[in-house]
Design a protein. Structure first.
Length: 368
């Protein structure tokens, strides 16, 4: 049985490409033939499109022609490098459709051939993140919704307006199966009258530590505290530096943009995806505000702390609560320094194992 998956493989960050890979591998492990639909949002078609989309949201640089010109010259090489890093990983490890798609109409005109169609995981149903309704993320190009299902799809917010809830429920109510990444998303959809909703793990947590070790390279250098930070936060920085000093650890920081190299810590600028995984694997302590950063801390049973971001933190809270690790979320230096270095992962690992079995049982229904 062949499944065509639409997800956010085109979004150039580590979490998006790693969840794409994990989605494919998990479905394949249950006996399905899987292909990822190579669909591109308008802001992710090219480095130029990405820069222009970013510019539109940046009032500081979008105020006149001179500032826009400077911004483009400054940002284009960065986005081009990002595209290269993540495209290399996708090309090597992910089965993409031969055809690239750039609109819902193209998907209607030339639909991928498959027995089932899947949306997920990632924030496919987060209208803030996607700046509105991205039609293909609701499988609107498929008329027969009995062939459609969602796989660990995220809403990313605690609540939806009545209009948003009505619209979402109408679009997905006839799906064959609906699985979501947050417990809050399950509650939201049930409020909208949808009953066949299951709360499951993010795909990156469905794969085991041993399965992720295929990407791990040899260690290098001293013991270190790893920072993986997606949101500017000076308190976060102070917390990390103070903790590293307390523990006698070198500070390494994964940076997605070169200007962040000025922030505290030894900069590791846009490492390849394999090195990204390796940095988590060998770290002695990790501080992050990223959902997928949190996932890899858990997968590798690392000592870690999470500084929850102001927006879209629901998915982080959900997984920490599920695994009995909610105490690892902090908001102050005192909380961070009070955390124990010892995490009893026996409970979390047992829950993970049971949740992975649950996913396998849910997926088996697709074969009926």
């Amino acid at each position: 049985m062949k499944i065509a998956v639409i997800t956010m493989q085109c979004i150039r960050n580590y979490g998006s490409v790693l969840q794409t890979y994990a989605t494919q591998k998990k479905l394949e492990s249950e006996g399905f033939e899987v292909q990822i639909i190579d669909y591109y949002r308008k802001d992710s078609i090219s480095p130029k499109a990405s820069v222009e989309a970013y510019l539109q949201d940046n009032s500081k640089w979008n105020k006149d022609a001179l500032h826009r010109c400077i911004f483009r010259i400054w940002k284009y090489p960065v986005h081009r490098h990002q595209f290269k890093v993540f495209a290399q990983f996708l090309g090597k490890y992910v089965s993409l459709t031969d055809r690239k798609y750039y609109s819902n109409q193209e998907l209607i005109d030339y639909p991928p051939k498959a027995d089932l169609f899947c949306v997920g995981s990632d924030q496919m149903w987060n209208t803030d993140y996607n700046k509105g309704i991205e039609e293909p993320y609701y499988l609107s190009f498929i008329n027969d919704k009995s062939k459609c299902f969602s796989f660990s799809t995220s809403i990313g917010k605690d609540t939806l307006s009545d209009d948003e809830l009505y619209d979402l429920s109408k679009r997905v109510s006839n799906f064959r199966l609906i699985t979501v990444r947050e417990d809050s998303a399950k509650k939201i959809l049930e409020k909208g009258g949808i009953k066949n909703v299951e709360h499951i793990l993010d795909p990156t947590l469905m794969l085991t530590k041993d399965e992720w070790k295929r990407f791990v390279k040899q260690p290098s250098g001293a013991k270190y505290l790893l920072i993986y930070q997606l949101n500017k936060n000076s308190v976060f920085d102070r917390m990390a530096i103070r903790l590293a000093a307390e523990k006698g650890l070198e500070v390494r920081r994964i940076n997605l943009v070169p200007e962040n190299s000025r922030l505290p810590g030894k900069s590791v600028y846009l490492p390849c995806v394999e090195e990204f995984v390796s940095l988590f694997y060998y770290a002695d302590y990790i501080i992050t505000d990223s959902f997928h950063g949190t996932s890899f801390c858990i997968n590798f049973n690392k000592t870690f702390a999470v500084v929850k971001p102001d927006r879209f933190s629901t998915r982080i809270e959900s997984v920490l609560d599920l695994l009995g690790l909610s105490q690892r979320a902090v908001s102050s230096e005192d909380q961070l320094l009070a955390l124990s270095d010892s995490i009893n992962y026996d409970v979390a690992n047992n829950i993970l194992e049971n949740e992975r079995k649950k996913v396998a049982q849910i997926l088996s229904r697709l074969k009926e």
